[in-house]
Design a protein around this ligand. Sequence first.
Ligand SMILES: *Cc1c(COP(=O)(O)O)cnc(C)c1O
Length: 361
Amino acid sequence: MNINVTKPFLPPVEEYLERVRGIWDRAWLTNNGPLVHELELQLRKKLQLDNLLYTSNGTIALQIAIKALRLKGEVITTPFSYVATTSSIVWEACEPVMVDIEPEGLLIDPKRIEEAITPATTGIVATHVFGNPCDVEAISKIAREHKLAVIYDAAHAFGARVHGRSVFAYGDIATASFHATKLFHTVEGGAVISSSDELIDRMALLRNFGHATATHIADVGINGKNSEFHAAMGLCNLPYVEEIISARGNAVRRYDANLAGLPLQRQRLTEGCEPNHAYYPVIFESEEILLKVVTELNRHGIMPRRYFYPSLNTLPYIHRKFDVPVSESVARRVLCLPLWASISKEEIDMISTVVCDAMST
Ligand SMILES: *Cc1c(COP(=O)(O)O)cnc(C)c1O
């Protein structure tokens, strides 16, 4: 059987069925039902957030965030992220202006943000890459000085903390993804988080077709709601999150020990952060070595993923040229090794052995 880059966590099926029975009893399937409310409440409590809206996925969360902040013109963003970060900006008719990442934390470089600001700039969309928090203080200082809005794509960052707070608490708006491949998931799902009541109200409207009331449409909206079945999965998974993060931490330490001594670069974690172990990225010295390792892993039925390749400035719909050599270089050399909560020691050792062997021949 193949080993994929990740395996979704599933709660005991009885726990899900119990929630589903409740849905049957109420015959309320979607449109801000009681389970959606309960999930929002529990997420707010667990992560100590002022407010959070559950959405159908993390991409629509980004689009709603961009719309709610009325971004237009140029939006400064990172070329080293998942494609949804860039496509959401383009989809919302803004122009992404890509600035390079710094080579150790793999996060957008605040110095370069400042250099890229023009009179047309309205906002910054930055990603907490692999759950590693951006330099939130530097970015918010720049944003304040230049009156720019900040959105954090926090799709990887569930459970990660910086200065003791959830990373979701930073930015005008943070967006989350609860896709099945993410650390905490609701099959499909996402969220927008903000401490501004005004933004939350606007996003609630945007999420629901622009309905202010049943008969009053106040703005152009979209369908960004999520269902009771998805919320039920979230409610079943949420109590296991601490266990999931700690099991992933153990797996990461085992990989670290197994792969110690190989010429592999690791992502430097941001100072003051508590990581969530959402991914296990390793950076090779060259793409050639990476390809050799991937071939060997594949030959053993192991399917790592090249998160994130290619660098987003090379997307076919990005016509402007950006000078982002660090992102282009890292994108060619980074690989995420398989990692999930219940991955076994034997699986980690087997994968590590294949990596070691491939790199020593
Ligand atoms: C997964 C992901 C998204 C998109 O989330 P979906 O819920 O799949 O729509 C956006 N940004 C990043 C960085 C992601 O990894």
